[in-house]
Design a protein around this ligand. Structure first.
Ligand code: HEC
Length: 143
């Protein structure tokens, strides 16, 4: 019984080993991302990594690193231009802002500006507690 089973197993085994190996390497390949990130996700990633420390999550210039700067970072919310002069500023740096020439190319500069231009105050800001209004006197004039 067993000597009939084992040759069959032995014949199978090399095959299963190779098959298993191929499957495994195939699986590893499939796990690496094959799709390029979208322009939006690339812009967001770059902003989070390189800009948010100064310009802040809403581009109002209140990032945590601004504590260490002598001059405030300007409030750029809704004012970000996506044009060649602004891309030049990013690539070369300006004032306290470093140059990004060594970090990314002009296409990425445009992506990050596109992301920055869309930043705004959070849609649902935490509710500010307001004291209850005092009872209003009846304003309808008595005639
Ligand atoms: C170290 C802090 C700092 C970092 C990091 C930083 N910035 Fe700035 N940024 C500034 C300051 C300060 C100014 C104002 C410069 C001035 O007017 O002298 C500025 C100005 C700007 C402006 C306005 C340029 C104009 O037209 O006047 C844009 C747009 C901008 N930054 C985008 C970015 C982007 C995008 C990043 C990330 C890739 C970034 N910044 C990273 C500090 C920073």
């Amino acid at each position: 019984m067993s000597d009939r089973l084992f040759p069959a197993l032995n014949a199978l085994l090399p095959g299963t080993l190779i098959g298993g190996f191929l499957l495994l390497s195939g699986g590893v390949q499939a796990a690496t991302p094959t799709k390029r990130p979208t322009d939006e996700s690339r812009g967001e990633e770059l902003y989070e990594r390189h800009c948010v420390a100064c310009h802040g999550a809403a581009a109002k210039g209140h990032g945590p690193a601004t504590q260490a700067l002598v001059r405030p970072v300007p409030d750029l919310q809704g004012k970000v231009l996506i044009d060649d002069p602004t891309i030049n500023i990013l690539m070369r740096g300006m004032g306290a802002m470093p140059s990004y020439e060594q970090t990314f190319d002009r296409f990425d500069a445009k992506r990050v500006l596109q992301h920055m231009a869309k930043l705004e105050a959070p849609a649902n800001p935490p509710p500010v507690p307001t004291p209850p209004l005092p009872p209003q006197p009846d304003s309808t004039p008595a005639e």
